[in-house]
Design a protein around this ligand. Sequence first.
Ligand code: 13P
Ligand code: SF4
Length: 361
Amino acid sequence: MNRAYDIPHNLEDGIREIAASVTLPAPLSPEKKTVLIQHIKQLLKKENAVLVAHYYVDEELQRLADETGGCVADSLGMAHFGNTHPATTLVVIGVRFMGESAKILNPEKRILMPDLEANCSLDMECPADDFSAFCDEHPDRTVVVYTNTSAAVKARADWNVTSSNAVNIVRHLHEQGKKIIWAPDKHLGRYVQQETGVDMLRWMGSCVVHDEFREDELKELMQQNPEAKVLVHPESPEAVVALADFVGSTSGIIKYAQQTSATTLIVATDLGIFYKMREAAPGKKLLVAPTGGISPTCSMCAHCPWMAMNGLENLASVLETGMNEITIDEDVRRKALVSIERMLEFSRSNAIVAETKRIAV
Ligand code: 13P
Ligand code: SF4
């Protein structure tokens, strides 16, 4: 069985409106940026703090995280790094669920974020109460949730997964004869179901960025660049995933770009990833896969509005003031920790299992 549970559509529309109207940091002059970067470097030392950034945030934030001994990673790598680094303050430059994961794993540390309003449509489309009621209706199923969810949803889950280990974890559950509930991303859920054959009940959330990639326009771009390989994040629609040479997480996409002999790559994920892709695969031609409409008519234009809320000014400000600290109810944190720890333990013991690849590099 592969049934889908429909989320109310008005919720989905409302979230797209919120996404299109977030307040972005004001543009800064090069002089102001230089001053702020020096200031942040001093504050990081003073506060015994380290930056933990996602591949989708602005290039200058990724560079600053690298230069100051922090990390730039996918959501799994961010969780690993924060959990092993000795700093007493982690500044998570990404979106809310990433800060919450850091707090769940590191209750003794102070977790700050440049903007606590930086959210994720997947998280917002999966309210904990509705989800919990849905799970209660299916007590025979193992509950698997994508990491792009709130602490309360993780607390209701048996397993937490990221896009880099979802297929392997669900395959492992399927081999044990488990039937699952999957939430919240419908596209990733469908992809995981197809790859593993598991019996899945699927929540119908979607990512405002990846949901916009378009099949017909992508086919046109492929015709214009017949030598190009197509790299797709599995939060994208089925027809787009079907055109991919490689399907995988952000870290998987960067690794593929580095290892392939192809010199032109079409990429269906947030364009913030181009900074690390250029570093990993210098000289290769990187093209962003087409989205619904052409700027300025596309609504997200392959860039997550919530990731874009992070900037140098709000980063300096949280380090100065200690504002925007992540706090989580201790009971919720302990329950959520179980599903995250299971995933981390699984990925430690299965590190040699490579991500699914459609075509060999
Ligand atoms: P990764 O786990 O691949 O970094 O993806 C996180 C995310 O939010 C993708 O949109
Ligand atoms: Fe969420 Fe999509 Fe933004 Fe990733 S890119 S944080 S899935 S809204």
